[in-house]
Design a protein around this ligand. Structure first.
Ligand SMILES: C[S@@+](CC[C@H](N)C(=O)[O-])C[C@H]1O[C@@H](n2cnc3c(N)ncnc32)[C@H](O)[C@@H]1O
Length: 241
């Protein structure tokens, strides 16, 4: 058997966490560099692209950036949320105003824990196993503050930062995809600052957003004006089936 090695497809050392692709860590993300190259090679003259297992939306973003109308499916609601946020227009000025309001509210609450007492906390099976009581209160407060945002797209953008925060401040081991709890001995000293972590993630995401949304918004306006009837001309999925 002849094995041909094409070095131009070697992306060793590259990262998937660049720009808008970095707004939420996600397992088994496709490298945007690979998606871009595949689209350039096989979809150059095509107008539409479908990713039937879209995950957090890497292929969709690269598709839109190359001027194509991108469509998606995924069975996982989190994948649908993150990919929606990546491929939907967003008004950066409104986002900055909302972010400022939220940061102010959360920073005040951080130093006045009594504020958390008024917030209703969710009840679900094993919540105390996966989260410390103070974390549950802080997360509930953050969620209630996000819930006050009227613009759906901005609210979803904020929920993406919230989702990453939930995973980071839970009692799960950080280094694994599978859900294992931090060992009992380490759990005692595990007191994450959910508000502080949320604010850091939000700040990072807003920095990506300020550069990305003006570009994608212009492209989406142009692309969607084109659509009358859709046939999928390019399908790109990872892993391949
Ligand atoms: C490895 S990811 C795909 C990566 C993605 N193409 C990208 O651009 O990053 C696989 C995705 O398939 C989704 N999936 C698995 N089974 C599915 C099914 N039966 N229907 C729809 N989506 C499914 C998973 O939820 C997961 O998000």
């Amino acid at each position: 058997m002849l094995r041909i090695r094409d070095k131009s497809w070697d992306f060793r050392g590259e990262t998937a966490i660049i720009g808008i692709h970095g707004i939420h860590t996600y397992p088994a993300m496709m490298l945007p560099q690979i998606a871009k190259k595949l689209i350039e090679k096989y979809g150059r003259d095509k107008k539409t692209i479908l990713d039937p297992f879209c995950d957090s939306g890497t292929v969709l973003v690269e598709g839109i950036l190359s001027g194509k109308n991108a469509f998606r499916y995924d069975i996982n609601p989190l994948a649908i949320l993150i990919s929606k946020v990546r491929i939907t227009s967003l008004n950066v000025r409104t986002l900055l105003l909302e972010t400022e309001r939220i940061e102010e509210k959360l920073s005040i609450a951080q130093f006045n824990p009594k504020i958390f007492e008024s917030v209703e906390v969710p009840k679900f099976f094993n919540i105390d196993y996966w989260f410390k009581p103070s974390v549950i209160k802080q997360l509930s407060f953050i969620k209630s503050v996000i819930g006050e945002v009227e613009d759906d797209n901005i609210r979803d953008f904020l929920f993406v930062a919230f989702s990453e925060t939930v995973r980071k401040v839970s009692n799960t081991r950080d280094s694994e995809y599978k859900l294992f709890r931090i060992p009992e001995s380490k759990l005692k000293s595990w007191n994450p600052n959910a508000i502080g972590i949320f604010l850091e993630i939000l700040d990072r995401n807003v920095r990506f957003a300020v550069e990305y949304y003006p570009i994608i918004t212009k492209l989406l306006d142009r692309i969607s004006a084109d659509v009358f009837w859709v046939t999928f001309e390019t399908g790109l999925m990872f892993p391949p089936i």
